[in-house]
Design a protein around this ligand. Sequence first.
Ligand SMILES: CC(C)[C@H](C(=O)O)[C@@H](O)C(=O)O
Ligand code: SF4
Length: 465
Amino acid sequence: MNKNIAEKIWQQHLVHENHGFPDVLAIDFALLHEVTSAQAFKMIEDHGLSVHDPTAFIATIDHSIPTRKNRHEIFDSTAKSQIELLRSNCEKHGIPICDVDSQHQGIVHVIGPELGITQPGMTLVCGDSHTATHGAFGALAFGIGTSTLAHVFAAGAILMTRPKVMKVDFSGVLPEGVFAKDMIMYLIAEIGIGGATGHVIEYTGAAVTELSMEQRMTLCNMSIECGAIAGLVAPDQVTFDYIKGRSYAPKDEQWQLAERYWKSLCSDDNCSYDQTIHLDINQLKPMVSWGTNPEQAVQINQTLPKRTNQNTDSLDYVELQAEQNLTGTPIDWAFVGSCTNGRIEDLRVVADILQHNHIAPHVTMYIVPGSEQVMQQAKEEGLETTFKQAGAEFRMPGCSMCLGMNDDKVPPGARCISTTNRNFIGRQGTGSITHLASPATVAYSALAGHITTSFDQQKRQQEAS
Ligand SMILES: CC(C)[C@H](C(=O)O)[C@@H](O)C(=O)O
Ligand code: SF4
């Protein structure tokens, strides 16, 4: 029978199936961070079990770590104990850790691909909802809960009901100034936050194959925001070129074998899907969220929706009017970073826009690289200098202001335009307001001091006169 890629990967990892019960699925690799792993370690220890294969795991410190220069001094006691516990658990169980200053520390979904761990055809898990990011490589990657992580530690397998598969086909060519971030925000706005519940999404179409690996990661990253279990893109030459030569990538003959197998990982002609959605992006404009969940977003040339019972709380929270334009809304903060948009290509886009410009005096801008490697590269390419000259703060790697779990918080009542993936109430700090957007939109808005998706002509004329 003709199969789609998600079904193929599932089939290849199926250990046991019993009608009416979840399948037993083998897991190739698991990524760990300090927030969700401690309980799972404790569970196996309480049962007198050990980690079945420590080489199938890697840990990093990302959510709670400060992004100021001195990251070793942690004032928050919860953050401090989470980090110390991860270190001691990894040491006890022989799991490698990408610790601070190892040159590999960073956000879990940035370092996996960077190290070449994420490979096509894999099953990969993490106790984190944005694990779908790794699907960009044609892997089946999803977030799991703590007790499931304990199963992976002990057995390298999980119990899971076979998901449905949805095809999202993007046709057209990305217009200038429009990015993968806008594509995924467009999909979520179209189908809603529950639109893909219970499904793995396969992203297909010319607009997807044209994307770089980093853009594909942005696309897959936000799959969870429309309810999907995972999102993936079939691997191709772009994927293979990205992986080749990275630390965990197969070498020599192993590479030849791996590549041959990876090339077989595509959906068969005439395979079936549980749902199919077509979106054309030829006319797509940059997307900006206005509300308190990621489906509450518009293309920049559209006005906010009419007030309804469903959106009235959101409109009131964000202090915006129904049917207004977003362009021109004053902002206080601008944030570039996270597992959605904290990679080197994102930083290059931002630097291009900030170059020879200065951010608005009332705006605070944080630019936080997704990993130590991204940080290093940004320094070498001179991006750090550009950021500083523009008045932005270039910080140390971590999740930072994506969620208020560390020292970086948007103050109460302040409005932030952000490259992150969630605009939930208080996500960036109690009482803060978030607008999700692409790195380009965040950079333009930081310069103008209000939401905009291009160089602000009015401001430029004022400056020139
Ligand atoms: C802390 C962690 C469990 C959480 C997640 O699972 O997504 C975080 O990464 C987030 O983005 O909200
Ligand atoms: S960067 Fe944000 S979304 Fe990504 S793992 Fe960290 S907190 Fe979660």
